[in-house]
Design a protein around this ligand. Structure first.
Ligand code: HEM
Length: 157
């Protein structure tokens, strides 16, 4: 089972890199951009800085997904999707799907420009801030659930 342990170690290391980056963007970068830039320049500035993180996040999500599905396959855990006590497995896959969609489809196609609009920069920036806060919150709840659940503290049993 050494391979599963290695997969878990890689899984957690890349979760740390990825969600840590989301925490940095949400709690440090976005507030700094808000403070330093005029409303109509904020989105541009944020785009330029976040582009570097987007690549890191793409690589991390790919490794987290591969190692996660590898563990499910090796430990044959597929039936867990049917039990409420294992909600945290569904949550991991859901968080992973949301980010994969954002990083590989929405972002590269510049859909966020359309989604967040260009005509009202203050509103657009506020939406980006709230989106990041929500993503960070669901990611942290998922981490809490995954660690508690995989160590035997199962809620909703
Ligand atoms: C396709 C997506 C994912 C799959 C298939 C997946 C699958 C798994 C599996 C099978 C385990 C081992 C559970 C056990 O030992 O009982 C695990 C552990 C873990 N996962 Fe995921 N995961 C995914 C995404 C994520 C995401 C997005 C996060 C964080 C937001 C996350 C956080 C964790 C953590 C922290 C653990 C370690 C729990 C521990 O051993 O203490 N995973 N994952």
């Amino acid at each position: 089972m050494d391979d599963v342990t290695i997969a878990l170690a890689l899984h957690v290391a890349f979760v740390v890199l990825w969600i840590g980056g989301v925490a940095f963007v949400t709690t440090v970068l976005l507030p700094a951009v808000r403070r330093l830039e005029a409303p109509h320049e904020r989105m541009q500035m944020f785009d330029r800085i976040e582009r570097r993180f987007a690549w890191q996040a793409r690589i991390s999500t790919a490794i987290v997904g591969l190692t996660g599905f590898y563990m499910l396959y090796r430990l044959d855990m597929w039936d867990r999707f049917r039990h409420a006590a294992y909600w945290w497995i569904d949550a991991m896959v859901a968080v992973w799907l949301v980010f994969t969609l954002m990083l590989f489809i929405v972002e590269p196609l510049h859909l966020h420009r359309r989604l967040f609009g260009q005509s009202e920069p203050e509103l657009a920036f506020r939406r980006v801030e709230w989106l990041h806060r929500m993503l960070l919150l669901i990611s942290l709840v998922t981490v809490l659930g995954a660690v508690m659940g995989s160590h035997g503290l199962l809620l909703f049993e």
